[in-house]
Ligand binder design. Structure first.
Ligand code: FES
Ligand SMILES: [Fe+2]
Length: 466
């Protein structure tokens, strides 16, 4: 007889095979809501959204709402509930609201009690009506929510005993900080509701193996690049160049790839970086095709750093970083935030479940600016249907798969997804860490496992001792 506990019934027992009901089973979803989400670090807002004292944003997920506010001495976070009878004090409790509380504080819409940015109660209407113990200042103060700042964002955690950010994510966090990720600012922010489980959506970004069929324009530009990674088993850097092309033709193919990625993401590789890449002359590059692409890429990274630094942007030395702090094309910060860092710009993704088979999917485009010339902070996402042609082409291609995969997961006889142990390991690792949360594995063990997700895009299945 099947085990009633969904965490046991649907546990990943073969690391290469992921049971499909994990993506729609209501009891499994409920277990995630109760045992995973309240204990993990969630990306709550970007720091540029709360630059001035009193600036606040409301973050919510699965019915829990938090106020993130800039106080006199830095960022504060509070559970978003009036200490009288519980109404949300900022927004409506469903996230996305923002404002500044400096002049008036947070005013409860029910009976008008007020709090300041430090969470202190500043006004109770008709104080004489209440017993003194009901108005104890410490007890009336808003309840703080655990939070940490990193890579230009505020992350919150509903579990006061969870490991810290750095204990959870490990060295990848430091590598992203060393890349000056926190210095990047949003150029745009899109959101869409996807008819798919949150994991279906996340997992579409855990490997580059889908490029050939899902993003064929990229494959066409430099077939050797992608084939050398996924297409055959003798791949190497030399496969990235076409021996029948001239050096310039090979460089043009690489440039076309950068351009398609840049246009396709409306960022990630910023147009200013593509323009710099175009200035690299072919004659400084070696003739040996095995060496050419590597040298070209190094020259592009050097020129991007030199040019943007000279213009006043605070960008890292990319070639030095490639040695000291290498990162992957996609880096995941379990469970719901991930970055596609490339050169000095980034696409950033956040996913929140809204039901067993729906999720809210957001994308930011981030880059550096000369200090003092940053655009106004983007305070709200542009919300579009997932099939909107206003989305950049590459996300649109990804969105074309995710909702139909969700349908396919229900097919009769399709009991598990079969993974490549060599390049789809991230999907297995993710799911088994989720299982660890559902099974009540110790926080220390979960943190140690979560650290293995860093630098493992296109990566291998790991062994975990739970
Ligand atoms: S519920 Fe907030 S003031 Fe009464
Ligand atoms: Fe994709």
């Amino acid at each position: 007889m099947a085990d009633a506990d969904p965490a046991i019934r649907l546990k990943v027992t073969d690391p290469e095979r992921i049971p499909t009901p994990r993506y729609y089973d209501e009891a499994f979803y409920k277990a995630e809501c109760e045992k995973l989400w309240p204990h993990v670090w969630q990306m709550a807002c970007r720091l540029e959204q709360i630059q001035n004292v009193g600036d606040w944003v409301e973050y919510s997920n699965l019915g829990r709402s938090v106020i993130i506010v800039r106080g006199k001495n830095g960022v504060r976070a509070f559970h978003n509930a009036c200490r009288h009878r519980g109404l949300p004090l900022a927004g409506k409790g469903d996230g996305g609201a923002h404002g500044n509380c400096k002049a008036q504080g947070f005013i409860c819409p029910f009976h008008g009690w007020r709090w300041n940015a430090e969470g202190e109660n500043t006004f109770v209407y008709g104080r004489h009506l209440f017993d003194e113990r009901q108005l104890d200042a410490g007890d009336l103060a808003l309840r703080p929510c655990r939070h940490e700042e990193a890579i230009g964002c505020v992350f919150i955690n509903f579990d006061d005993n969870a490991p810290t950010l750095v204990e959870t994510w490990g060295p990848i966090l430091g590598k992203l900080e060393t890349r000056l990720q926190g210095d990047q600012r949003a150029e745009w922010w899109y959101a869409t509701e996807l008819p798919a489980n949150w994991k279906t959506a996340m997992e579409a970004f855990m490997e580059g193996y889908h490029v050939m069929r899902t993003h064929p324009q990229l494959q066409r530009a430099v077939p050797g690049l992608y084939n050398s990674m996924y297409g055959h088993d003798t791949g190497g850097i030399g496969d990235q160049v076409n021996p029948n092309w001239t050096k310039q033709q090979n460089i043009d193919a690489q440039l076309l790839n950068l351009e398609l990625l840049s246009d396709g993401m409306a960022g990630m590789i910023h147009a200013k970086e593509v323009a710099i890449a175009r200035t690299i002359p072919a004659d400084i590059l070696p003739d040996d095709p095995m060496q050419m692409v590597m040298h070209w890429f190094g020259a592009v990274q050097h020129a991007i750093h030199a040019t943007l630094s000279a213009q006043g942007e605070n960008v890292p030395d990319l070639n030095a970083l490639a040695v000291s702090d290498p990162i992957q094309a996609v880096e995941f910060l379990f469970p719901h935030y991930f970055l596609l860092p490339f050169f000095t710009s980034t696409s950033a993704y956040r996913i929140r479940p809204t039901g067993p088979e729906t999720c809210l999917f957001e994308i930011w485009s981030l880059t550096h600016f000369v200090p003092g010339t940053e655009p106004a902070p983007v305070m709200e996402p542009t919300v579009l249907p997932y099939d909107s042609d206003q989305f950049p082409p590459i996300p649109r291609q990804d969105y074309s798969n995710i909702p139909i995969q969700q349908k396919g997961l229900h097919a009769h006889g399709f009991d598990f997804m079969r993974l490549s142990k060599n390049i789809e390991g991230m999907i297995s690792n993710y799911n088994r860490i989720i299982d660890g949360h559902l099974a009540g594995v110790t926080q220390a063990k979960l943190a140690a496992a979560t650290q293995t997700l860093g630098g493992n895009f296109d990566g291998k299945i790991h062994d975990y001792d739970f």
